[in-house]
Design a protein around this ligand. Structure first.
Ligand SMILES: *[C@@H]1O[C@H](CO)[C@@H](O)[C@H](O)[C@H]1NC(C)=O
Ligand SMILES: *[C@@H]1O[C@H](CO)[C@@H](O)[C@H](O)[C@H]1NC(C)=O
Ligand SMILES: *[C@@H]1O[C@H](CO)[C@@H](O)[C@H](O)[C@H]1NC(C)=O
Ligand SMILES: *[C@@H]1O[C@H](CO)[C@@H](O)[C@H](O)[C@H]1NC(C)=O
Length: 549
């Protein structure tokens, strides 16, 4: 869709004001998608979010924001003499959001989970690692259940402090924890072999003293079993088993930083042709803040964010970045893989950087990145929200195809008035246009397998679905999406597998079976729960949960 003329006009207007401390939002008339307010006040700010396979979202912020607006149940209080702000705190800093019921309840974390990381194990348990102060080496576990389950603390499960680290689930079901402030190393959880902490010089090389710009590195498990690690403005392919850099990628053109606090975002684009033995993998990195943004912001000057994305085929023998320009500049945006393989770029600001009080000009319009369209016609601006989502905001895909959006708190405390961007306790959903009623006759509905089905690697699988309108073989595809641990504009473990379509058979009125083959291995698809979708003419069904093992 061509860009409406109004966008460049507004955009120009915004640039004039980009360095002014204002809460002027960047918004534009645009196509596609709609918004719904889900909760007016969940009492905490959604700084970290993880969807579990019971359709509950685990949300948490930090224990040293002050008193939240959500009380702990049954008169419980946390009595923590090492706590920085409130030693006896009877409010919650974590919550469980029940997507199906649109309700939430408080959870209790014992130690500070601020700016931490996590991943879900193959059995569906959330393992959260690190944080700040008394939480910096802690590991906490959340086992999903239908009743009143809560966090349990494992204790000091980490050897190094991990604050602003990135986790990734590995093919063996363990997780790797990479980096964090002043940590130029990585470790595994649980511990496997000594030594416990391994140095990673790449994190020294990408560290900018006083500014960093290499925190929350963008980490993806490549199809060859190595990890792609992007920090600051460049990336390596890393054999974590041998602690060896296998490949060094070119610096992203322009050389501007993309990771925290220059906070762009990144996704591993959908993996296809999974049975071919030669799967190609591409990474897309978008937005961020130019060199110097952090120091300028400290002086009260808020520089225009980056408006470029770089796309690179990480499996290519001679990989090169291809650059594209987004309709808006964006720092602190989230990138969310949609079931049809497109990427939603959402949240964030058009000026400034991550850090307390440092974002300006929130970008209210999400942008759709249409992965399979030719370069030059991939971006489509979407309808805007009314709620700025700046520092400490999040977005995750839900099983029904909506995107859950929450958080935003650029302040050291919960500040609800007298600030440019008040602490945000509201939860919203973005409805991509594939959910529009006009597509109901194209929308598949999965009949079986039933949700929670187990599948094994390489298994032949028939997925039965209903569609009211006519279908053709070539317009049907099956995809699997891993739910991510999302914080600080990066969705750890986010992964979309295109199982494709090995033939569609009509098995009754408006009923079809699509034949597919499950992913071949834990390198392509680490064991665990995924949302499985049938996509027809780009319109996804509601997903079902499957467990691959
Ligand atoms: C949160 O609680 C404080 C103190 O009780 C109150 O002043 C404030 O209005 C509440 N904010 C929201 C958004 O509910
Ligand atoms: C936020 O609130 C705290 C107290 O709750 C206050 O001390 C602080 O000045 C406020 N911050 C801003 C930026 O207004
Ligand atoms: C921010 O913008 C809104 C809407 O334009 C306005 O109502 C509000 O007063 C502004 N807040 C500040 C702190 O300037
Ligand atoms: C899909 O293709 C297969 C074989 O290629 C054919 O048998 C089947 O009838 C086709 N299904 C539809 C719905 O066209």
């Amino acid at each position: 869709m061509p860009r409406p003329w109004i966008i460049p006009t507004l955009f120009f207007f915004q640039l004039i004001f980009a360095t002014q401390p204002s809460n002027r939002s960047l918004t534009a008339a645009a196509g596609g998608g709609s918004w719904q307010l889900l909760q007016n006040n969940i009492g905490i700010t959604a700084m970290h979010m993880q969807l579990l396979h019971n359709d509950r979202v685990i949300i948490f912020d930090r224990t040293d924001f002050g008193l939240s607006n959500l009380s702990l149940p049954n008169g419980q209080c946390r009595n923590d003499p090492t706590e920085k702000v409130i030693k006896v705190d009877c409010t919650a800093h974590s919550a469980e959001y029940d997507v199906l019921a649109n309700s939430f309840r408080p959870l209790m974390v014992q130690t500070n989970v601020w700016c931490s990381s996590g991943a879900v194990t193959p059995d569906g348990t959330l393992i959260q690692t690190g944080g700040y102060n008394d939480g910096e080496r802690k590991v906490r576990v959340y086992k999903p259940c239908s009743g009143g389950c809560d966090w349990s603390e494992v204790g000091d499960g980490l050897k190094a402090r991990r604050w602003y680290a990135t986790n990734h689930i590995l093919p063996d079901g363990n997780q790797i924890v990479i980096g964090g402030r002043r940590q130029f190393n990585f470790e595994f959880y649980p511990k496997t072999t000594a030594p416990d902490v391994y140095s990673l010089p790449f994190l020294v090389q990408t560290n900018v003293p006083g500014v960093e710009n290499n925190l929350y590195p963008f980490v993806f498990l490549n199809v060859d079993g190595n990890l792609f690690i992007f920090a600051n403005n460049r990336a390596i392919l890393f054999d974590y088993g041998k602690n060896k850099v296998v490949k060094t990628y070119p610096t992203i053109p322009g050389g501007e930083p993309r990771s925290y606090p220059s906070t762009g975002s990144a996704v591993l684009l959908p993996l296809k042709n999974l049975q071919s033995g030669a799967v190609e993998a591409e990474v897309l990195v978008c937005g961020g803040a130019p060199v110097g943004s952090y120091n300028q912001a400290m002086k009260g000057s808020f520089i225009k964010a980056l408006d470029t994305c770089g796309r690179i085929k990480i499996t290519d023998p001679n990989p090169q970045w291809a650059m594209e320009t987004m309709p808006y500049p964006r720092v602190m945006g989230d990138m969310t893989l949609l079931p049809n393989g497109d990427v939603l770029i959402i949240n964030g600001a058009a000026a400034g950087t991550a850090g307390w009080e440092f974002g300006r000009n929130p970008v209210l319009n999400p942008v759709l990145y249409q992965t399979d369209k030719p370069a030059g016609s991939r971006f489509e601006s979407q309808n805007p929200t009314t709620i700025p989502r700046v520092y400490h905001s999040t977005a995750i895909l839900l099983r029904d195809g909506r995107v859950l959006v929450g958080g935003s708190n650029p302040h050291i405390y919960y500040n609800f008035s007298g600030v440019l961007f008040p602490t945000e306790l509201r939860l919203e959903a973005f409805y991509p246009s594939y959910l529009d009623a006009q597509f109901n006759n194209l929308r598949p509905k999965i009949v079986y397998p039933l949700s929670q089905a187990s599948i094994s690697y390489g298994q032949k699988l028939k997925v039965r679905f209903q569609v009211t309108g006519a279908i053709t073989n070539s317009s049907v595809s099956v995809t699997m999406v891993a739910p991510s641990f999302t914080t600080h504009s990066f969705s750890m473990n986010q992964r979309l597998l295109v199982l494709g379509n090995e033939g569609v058979t009509n098995v009754g009125p408006a009923r079809y079976d699509v034949q597919v083959t499950a992913p071949p291995s834990g390198v392509i698809a680490p064991s665990g729960y995924y949302m499985l979708f049938v996509v027809h003419q780009n319109i996804p069904s509601e997903g079902i949960w499957v467990k691959i093992m």
